[in-house]
Design a protein around this ligand. Structure first.
Ligand SMILES: [Zn+2]
Length: 56
């Protein structure tokens, strides 16, 4: 299953804000509330730094 090609619902580990992001990020994705890094590209993959609540 290509989990990274889908949208995922994540919860920021800092402020607990939930937001939906594209699972494969080519740039850093920041939390809309606190500006913390939620996901960042890592060698062709995406490293999600928040808690994944749901894969959509
Ligand atoms: Zn946050």
């Amino acid at each position: 299953m290509e989990k990274e090609s889908k949208f995922v619902k994540v919860k920021c580990s800092k402020c607990k804000n939930s937001q939906i992001i594209f699972g494969k990020a080519s740039t850093r994705v920041k939390c809309l509330e606190c500006g913390g890094i939620i996901a960042e590209p890592a060698g062709g993959k995406t490293k999600i730094r928040a808690k994944v609540e749901e894969v959509l």
